[in-house]
Design a protein around this ligand. Structure first.
Ligand SMILES: Nc1ncnc2c1ncn2[C@@H]1O[C@H](COP(=O)(O)OP(=O)(O)OP(=O)(O)O)[C@@H](O)[C@H]1O
Ligand SMILES: [Mg+2]
Length: 214
């Protein structure tokens, strides 16, 4: 199994109750899993735990045979190789598309960076938009660039937190299809959070619910 999340539990420091108790999830390489659940059920928290932005109180997280968290191990978020697309703050507004995508890849040599840039822009079909600023793009185009940026460092796992929430209904339908195609083309393993069952059905190979009473 490529991703194993076992008996994960978590409580925010200032909270009385646990937000996550004994959460389990297993994902095969290349699979797109939708994490579906009502508002406040802890979906974003689960993504934050997997990416290392929060420290669990117990359990285990393993990706590609590498332990990212257990009772003895905590790998820092920047060392996990996990990409994340958030619902807001998707792009840096003062940077062009090109700069947004290459942000964080400064250590790589110039030719390789250029190659990665072309590759991910090709993948999201946005090659002509390198020099544009985010406000010069439509909502859907911004989301595609956000995905391109998350894919540029070649993450082992991609986490998407309600990536369609800012889009109108018509655009949303089209973007769902596009995102699925992009994820499948890059063969990346991904977890995609939504509270919309139609999103989940359209994009995911498999639906996991949280909490699971469905
Ligand atoms: N930083 C925080 N400190 C304390 N409690 C928090 C914090 N962030 C979230 N919570 C609480 O944890 C619970 C889970 O929140 P989370 O954001 O994971 O839900 P969600 O399923 O992503 O909801 P939505 O669909 O509305 O995005 C909520 O009750 C929320 O109020
Ligand atoms: Mg959320």
């Amino acid at each position: 199994m490529y991703v194993i999340v076992k008996n994960l539990s978590f409580k925010y420091k200032n909270a009385k109750d646990y937000q996550i108790t004994n959460f389990n999830l297993e994902i095969e390489k290349g699979e797109i899993v939708a994490l579906l659940g009502p508002s406040g059920s802890g979906k974003s928290t689960i993504l934050r735990l997997i990416s290392g932005l929060e420290i669990p109180n117990g359990g285990e997280i393993i990706v590609n045979n590498r332990v990212l968290y257990n009772k003895n191990v905590f790998i820092e978020p920047q060392k996990r190789g996990i990409g994340m697309v958030f619902q807001d703050y998707a792009l840096f507004p003062h940077m062009t598309v090109e700069k947004n995508i290459l942000f964080g890849l400064e250590k790589i040599n110039k030719e390789a960076r250029q190659r990665i840039l072309d590759e991910v822009l090709e993948l999201v079909d946005m090659k002509e938009y390198k020099k544009r600023y985010p406000h010069e793009l439509s909502g859907g185009q911004q989301q595609r660039i956000a995905i391109a940026r998350a894919l540029a460092p070649k993450p082992s796992l991609l986490l998407l937190d309600e990536p369609f929430s800012n889009l109108d209904a018509g655009l949303k339908k089209r973007i769902r299809k596009e995102i699925k195609e992009i994820l499948k083309k890059s063969n990346i393993t991904s977890i995609f959070v939504t509270h919309d069952i139609e999103d989940a059905k359209d994009v995911a190979d498999r639906i996991e619910c949280h909490p699971c009473e469905m």
